[in-house]
Structure formats: C-alpha cells, structure tokens
Design a protein around this ligand. Structure first.
Ligand code: GAR
Length: 203
C-alpha cells in the first residue's frame, strides 16, 4: 500500500501533532508525517517539527497578507510534499474555499468537545472547557471531523467521552480531555488508513 503522507496545520503547542508523529515513528500508524505548516513563527509546533526532522513552514497573513496568495502557498507546500491527508492540530485559522476544494474531504480536525455541542465560531481551546463547565455538563469529550466551510460543522468521524468532575476547572478539564484527544486522533487515523472509516470521495 502506498504511504499516506500527512500534512499538519498547527498554531500552537502541537501536542496532538506530536502524538500522531510518535505513532508514525513507532509503527502504530502506517503514515509519514511529511510537513508542518504554522501561522505562528514561534509556535511549539514548528519547534516539534524541527526536533522530529520534519520540514516546517511559517505561512500566515504576516508572511502573505493577501489571503489568495497565502492559500496558493499553503496548497503549493502541501502538494510539494504529496500530502494525502491534511491534519488540523490546534490550527486557529479558518480554512478558506480554495484549500477546502483542493483537499476536498481530506482535511481533518479535532475539537475538544462532543460536537455539535460547544462548537462554532470563537469556540476553541480553554473557552470550550469553560463553556462546558458553565453549562453544568456531566460529560464532555473530543470529536474528530472533516472540515467544511462551517466552523466545526463537517461530518463527524469519531467521538470519545470524558467525565466532568465536580471540582473541575477549565484547566483540569482540558488536561483530561487532551489525553482523550491524543488517543482518539491516532485511533481514528488508523481506522481511516486501514479502511475501517471511509472518507467521502475526494473529487
Ligand atoms: C486541542 O485541545 C484541540 O482540540 C483544540 O486546540 C487544542 C490544541 O492543542 N482545537 C480547537 O479548539 C479547534 N476548535 P495542541 O496544540 O496541544 O494539539
């Protein structure tokens, strides 16, 4: 079977990306972490790419203020590394139509709640966990979904639950959910790659 090349888009800490890289490197995941793109020059994600000897690129509205040029560059880099699956890992930018169409049904995101709950514009990172606590939820979790042009609105591929404990803070909840995320992202990619989860057609 041809190797699946993964292209990561990450803005910050990149711990989900690292979990996936580790799984590739120790043979749990039959894929090649091919390239990392970050909109943040000083992101830990780019540092992780350097440490793992994966090509890393800083591409964002600072390097390319014109969004069309930026999209062209993102696509050019992903195609240069023959990326088959685009993995969003804490990427805090909306994916615009040109990139969505070029990698139709091949862009995957993780979100730290049980979507459709606690998703949508402005719902990311710690804000999600604070909203879960404010709503008095008894459980939360993580969702892997395809990316479309709606915030957190694409086809759900997998979910995993995590309990909300009585004395949780947003930080303690985030710490519990991130462990679930790492596991779920690797397991879901395994299922996509071995055909257990079928993605809709790319064209
Ligand atoms: C993760 O919790 C991820 O689910 C979330 O950002 C964090 C990134 O952590 N993404 C979103 O909220 C997207 N709406 P990481 O950089 O350590 O992987």
């Amino acid at each position: 079977m041809a190797t699946i090349n993964l292209g990561f888009l990450a803005s910050g800490r990149g711990s989900n990306m690292q979990a996936i890289i580790d799984a590739c490197r120790d043979g749990r995941l039959n894929a090649n972490p091919a390239v990392v793109i970050s909109n943040n020059a000083s992101s830990v994600a780019l540092e992780r790419a350097r440490n793992a000897d994966i090509p890393g690129y800083h591409l964002g509205l600072i390097t390319h203020p014109d969004p069309d040029t930026l999209d062209f560059m993102i696509i050019e880099i992903l195609q240069r590394y023959e990326v088959n699956l685009v993995i969003l890992a804490g990427y805090m930018q909306k994916i615009r139509p040109k990139v969505l169409n070029t990698f139709k049904n091949r862009i995957i995101n993780i979100h730290p709640s049980l979507l459709p709950k606690f998703g949508g514009r402005g719902m990311y990172g710690m804000k999600v966990h604070a909203a879960v606590l404010a709503a008095g939820e008894k459980e939360t979790g993580a969702t892997i979904h395809l990316v479309n042009n709606e915030y957190d609105g694409g086809l759900i591929l997998a979910q995993c639950k995590a309990p909300v404990e009585q004395n949780d803070t947003p930080e303690s909840l985030a710490a519990r959910v991130i462990n679930v995320e790492h596991r779920l992202y690797v397991e879901t990619l395994q299922k996509i790659i071995n055909g257990e989860i079928k993605l809709p057609a790319a064209r």
